[in-house]
Design a protein around this ligand. Sequence first.
Ligand code: CA
Length: 224
Amino acid sequence: MKILVIEDEKKIASLIRKGLEAQGFVVDVSHHGDEGYAAVTTRPYDAVVLDIMLPGRDGLSILRNLRERKLSVPVILLTARSELNERLEGLNLGADDYLTKPFFIEELIARLHVVTRRASGASQSILAVADLTVNLLTRDVTRAGRKIDLTAREFELLEHFARSPGRVLTRPQICERVWNYDFDPGTNLVEVYIQRLRKKVDGESDMKLIETIRGVGYRMKPDS
Ligand code: CA
């Protein structure tokens, strides 16, 4: 698995490189935003570990540009404890996960495994989370074998959750992906649909799969 680390603090970058290489990852390191962006747009990587504050292009600009160019390489942001706004913006821009410095290398490795597994599963036709199955070809949805009828929008919303269990989707992200709004309409549209989906998907089950992450958004319960 090939990972690009864009981090200007050389000590941190080198610790990450050593830790990942010890686990069999192939690692490229870039200490500059422009150089890192050039690397990720010209070479294939399985994931990018991206610092926010960088010389040249900063991490959030890199992420924004990647997603604008429809490059879906998984991105894990490295953020400082104080960078709450940047972290939320990063998730809005399509980061797959983030880690707050300082972190344990084992945690980064675990998250890299999760985001790359998700990415490689993107082309499969049946998504399964716990006892939920979502068939992308027939658009059949079942929970514990019981068929669930969903409207087209509800299906689309569920598909986004089921594609990446554990990943938090913010309200603006959901608006953009399900309704193609590039703005937050400021209504409770998302809440209404989440509620409907919950009723249909979680209503009769003890295990609630659709979770609210307070102040951030919603996610599908990660596989345990
Ligand atoms: Ca930095």
